[in-house]
Design a protein around this ligand. Structure first.
Ligand code: TYD
Length: 368
């Protein structure tokens, strides 16, 4: 039995991972530590709240004492660190929270893990600190360049990416300097259930259903490599189980798409879903698909994001060879499954649309 701390477990990837882990390690104690910022959502954990092995702690990584208390109280031996400010657009408008949460918060967690595990007698399972990071630390790729590998030099473009790069360096330094048993995974763009609708895929789904414009930055020709959340969870679990302390593993989806193509695929899936189920037209009367129009009619090109990285992609060969990682989900199938999840879980995202924090953010986006 392991005692697991999942930071950011009420966020998109953290919630997916919490469900993934509890479903496969039912005897483990799982503690979610989450500040419930705008992107954290306790209802994403509703299915595990009654599990006696699960505990939710409302806490902020920026509070070193709170971090030390939960680590000590629960005698944690596996940290899976998802908590982060993650949205590039927000980091451009207001970088401060990115430095305090992503850099200082990660350091608080590292320090607490070091102090707890230092000189701790050996147990059945060795302690591990797994840090979840992003491909954005490597900067942008030109069209002809091969995907980033673990040896690519860091060259972050946005304040978000720079804060994650700084956190990665701290994690590595704690391994080198203090021998903390760390692993890092850098993943490509993830999508799937529970994703906050500021990110491209859920934003497009929700706008399609509400008949609102689909804002494509610049010419829509930016390329992202997409990885389904379930594949990401498997990659992180493999890095924990089979990864070597001190190592980094890139978790790529081997699935590069231009944004325009991704948005068109979603439009087609929505048109198909409405054609196959007349009830959808009644539930979402403002959707073009409910009015015999093509969903692509909503595509709207808007001014580009400052410093927008044209392309990123990571090479997952190391994770494939050393961990047995294989991102199995077909992109179209993953998008369809994600669309189904948003169609089935309308109350989950309607509560976000009704939240003043979302309303003010979206209003600011469209007043630029
Ligand atoms: P996003 O989901 O914000 O992730 P990231 O910035 O981490 O890659 O954006 C994915 C891509 O989609 C990125 O190239 C920006 C673009 N994008 C749009 O064109 N319009 C939008 O409204 C959003 C949110 C993103």
């Amino acid at each position: 039995m392991r005692r697991v701390l999942i930071t950011g477990g009420a966020g998109f990837l953290g919630a997916n991972f919490t469900h993934y882990w509890l479903a496969r390690h039912s005897g483990d104690r799982v503690v979610v530590f989450d500040a419930l910022t705008y992107a954290g959502n306790r209802t994403s954990l509703a299915a595990v709240e009654a599990n006696p092995n699960f505990r939710f702690v409302h806490g902020d990584l920026r509070n070193a004492e709170a971090v030390e208390t939960v680590m000590g109280e629960e005698d944690i031996d596996l940290v899976v660190h998802f908590a982060a400010e993650t949205h590039v657009d927000r980091s451009i408008d207001d970088p401060d929270a990115f430095v305090t949460t992503n850099v200082v918060g990660t350091h608080n967690l590292l320090r607490a893990a070091r102090s707890l595990w230092h000189n701790r007698p050996a147990r059945d399972t060795a302690p591990r600190f797994h840090h979840v990071s992003t491909d954005e630390v490597y900067g942008a790729l030109r069209p002809e360049e091969p995907p980033f590998t673990e040896a690519t030099a860091y060259a972050p473009s946005s304040p978000y990416a720079a804060s994650k790069a700084a956190a990665d360096h701290l994690v590595r330094a704690y391994h080198r300097t203090y021998g903390l048993p760390t692993t890092i995974s850098n993943c490509s763009n993830c999508f799937g259930p529970y994703q906050y609708p500021e990110k491209l895929i859920p934003l497009v789904i929700i706008h399609l259903l509400g008949g609102r414009p689909l804002p494509l930055y610049g010419d829509g020709g930016q390329v992202r490599d997409w990885l389904h959340a379930a594949d990401h969870c498997r990659g992180v679990a493999l890095a924990i189980e089979r990864g070597v302390p001190g190592q980094t593993y890139n978790l790529g989806g081997a699935n590069e798409r231009r944004n325009l193509e991704t948005v068109r695929m979603l439009c087609n899936l929505v048109d198909e879903a409405f054609a196959g189920d007349p009830a959808l037209g009644r539930r979402f009367p403002d959707a073009p698909a409910a009015n015999r129009k093509e969903s692509t009619s909503l595509i709207t090109f808007v001014p580009d994001r400052p410093g927008h990285d044209r392309r990123y992609a990571v090479e997952a060969a190391k994770a494939r060879c050393e961990l047995g990682f294989d991102p199995g989900m077909d992109f179209n199938a993953g998008l369809r499954e994600t669309l189904d999840w948003y169609l089935t879980n309308e109350p989950w995202w309607n509560a976000i649309l009704d939240d003043d924090r979302y309303r003010s953010w979206i209003a600011a986006q469209y007043s630029r």
